[in-house]
Structures are given as structure tokens and as C-alpha cells.
Design a protein around this ligand. Structure first.
Ligand code: GLU
Length: 299
């Protein structure tokens, strides 16, 4: 029996949905609809202190307004504690987990190599026992070198050995880390292809190592170029004017927003207003523009 194509929207309810999220969501939606597949709406509300009350509802409403609907959910990571516990126990039983009491500051000081967006590579200080017994400890995954490589449907070959350092599965304050939660959920939700922003490309080898350690089938991955501002900075919650809600309140229609995004992805020859469902028939994931898109508020 052929496997049903399944993908997901995985917003973090830490602020408003902006055009960067909408652009990736449009690609996800078009690919699922083109493939006759299913989309799960999963609210990634695991980092409780960063969750903004009401944001999950607003994000769902923005999706509906744009015509980017889903088939299952919304599911909430905050109700999956037991599944994360079980996965952790299995990793512990396999000898892949150890406690760590190093602070961020200590790691930055020890790790001498220059580091980019991801922060410093953890040098494994607590692998043979915590340096500060009795202190609250995070739990780290033993992430062996070389890190796995993979073939991204949009970014191409991602070589093995590109990232490294044992990473956190559960923080010292008890909060589950994104890497563990997303893998457990994508496996439980039977996701066959993960489509998300290119900022998460370098997280993928870590997630593949977790899939392998847990014995889950590894899904396909497609990382979509980001939306940046005129200075080349990735859009974030700071860019208030790019929130879907702000565009709607400024009188833009959903078709205008979809028209701009579709054009930026190379799906249409002009940015004329269009509905998402009008783009399904001719959609080809591998034909979309791979580059980042500079959002011009006047565009
Ligand atoms: N929750 C993440 C975000 O909103 C996405 C995680 C993922 O797609 O794996 O950026």
C-alpha cells in the first residue's frame, strides 16, 4: 500500500504569524494539496515561558484567512509530555543520554572555535560526570561524529560531518528541547516530508541522529528560503509591519498577500492577487525559487 503523503505546519505561538511563516506555509500547503496528502497543524508551545497567550488561536485564524487549511489538529506539544518521557527513557536505556551542569557562559568560554548562529559546539565536558554535582542538570544526547548527511529536496546534498556537539534534550529547568519534541511528534504524526524554513537546515542532522537512535523512519526534508528585510536580516517577531494581522488591518486582501508570496517563489509571473487553491494544479516543489526573498513593504 502506498504511504499517504503527510506534512505539517509547526508554528511556535511566541508572537504573530509573519510573511516568512506564511511563505513557508504556502509551500507546505501547495505540496500537500498537489500530492493529495494531509497536513497536521501542530502548535509548538513547548517553551512555556516564551508562549504568548492567544497567539496559537491568532496563527490558526491567519492560516484560515490566507486559505491555508489543515486536516488534523491543532495538536499541542504541551500535552505530549508522556511521549517525550518515553523517548527519553529509550535513549537513556541505549546509553545515549547524560546529565550536564555547564552553563551557557561556561560553554562559550571553553569552546574556543569561532561559532555562528548556532552557538558554540559543546565540548563534552560532562560526558564522564557532571562538573557541579548537586546542581540542576540538563540532559544531553551523545551525538557521535560524523553527523549524518542528507538530501534536501530544495537545498540539495547536505554533507555528513557538518555539525557536532552533544545537544540538549531537556533543559535544566525541565523544559523539553525542540530537537527531541519535534522528532517525537513528527514520528507520532507519521510525517513523510518536513517542509520548513531554511534556518532549521543545520538542525536536521541532529534530528536524523535522533530518528536513528529511536528507530523511527526518517522523513524527507525540504527547507524553504527565508524572508529577509532590506538589510538582509531574517524577519522575526520584531518586524511588526510584516505580521499577517498588520497587513490585513492595513487593508491588504489574502489574495494580495498570496500573490506577492507566490511571485516571490517563482510560481507566477506577476504579483497579481491570486488564491492559494488556484496555484495547486501547476505546483512543482522542486521548481520554486531557492533564494531568500527581500520583503519590500511597498511592494
Ligand atoms: N516551531 C518552529 C518555528 O516556528 C518550526 C519547527 C519545525 O518546523 O521543525 O520556527
Amino acid at each position: 500500500m502506498a504511504t499517504t503523503y503527510r506534512t505539517r505546519f509547526a508554528p511556535s505561538p511566541t508572537g504573530k504569524m509573519h510573511v516568512g511563516h506564511a511563505r513557508t506555509a504556502l509551500v507546505t500547503w501547495l505540496q500537500a494539496r498537489r500530492r493529495g496528502g494531509q497536513i497536521v497543524m501542530r502548535i509548538e508551545d513547548i517553551d512555556r515561558p516564551r508562549v504568548v497567550p492567544g497567539a496559537a488561536d491568532e496563527i490558526c485564524r491567519d492560516h484560515e484567512w490566507l486559505g491555508l487549511d489543515w486536516d488534523e489538529g491543532p495538536l499541542f506539544q504541551s500535552s505530549q509530555n508522556e511521549a517525550y518521557e518515553q523517548a527519553l527513557s529509550r535513549l537513556e536505556a541505549a546509553g545515549r543520554v547524560y546529565p550536564c551542569t555547564c552553563s551557557r557562559k561556561e560553554i562559550a568560554q571553553i569552546a574556543s572555535a569561532p561559532h555562528g548562529d548556532e552557538g558554540p559546539r559543546y565540548p563534552g565536558t560532562c560526558r564522564n560526570g557532571v562538573t557541579k554535582p548537586g546542581q540542576p542538570s540538563a540532559l544531553r544526547f551523545v551525538f557521535d561524529d560524523p553527523s549524518p548527511g542528507f538530501e534536501d529536496a530544495l537545498c540539495g546534498a547536505y554533507p555528513e560531518g557538518q555539525v557536532g556537539g552533544d545537544f540538549v534534550l531537556r533543559r535544566a529547568d525541565g523544559i523539553w528541547a525542540y530537537q527531541l519534541a519535534v522528532v517525537v511528534d513528527d514520528a507520532a504524526d507519521r510525517i513523510t516530508q518536513v517542509i520548513r524554513g531554511a534556518d532549521l537546515l543545520s538542525s536536521t542532522p541532529r534530528q536524523i541522529a535522533l530518528y536513528q537512535a529511536l528507530g523511527y523512519p526518517v522523513p524527507g526534508f525540504a527547507h524553504v528560503g527565508l524572508v529577509v528585510d532590506a538589510d538582509g536580516t531574517r524577519l522575526s517577531k520584531r518586524h511588526g509591519a510584516t505580521a499577517i494581522e498588520s497587513l490585513r488591518e492595513a487593508g491588504r486582501s489574502a489574495e494580495e498577500v498570496i500573490g506577492l508570496l507566490a511571485h516571490s517563489l517563482g510560481l507566477t509571473s506577476t504579483h497579481a492577487p491570486i488564491r492559494a487553491d488556484e496555484l495547486v494544479r501547476s505546483f512543482e516543489l522542486t521548481a520554486i525559487s531557492r533564494s531568500s526573498f527581500t520583503w519590500n513593504p511597498k511592494g
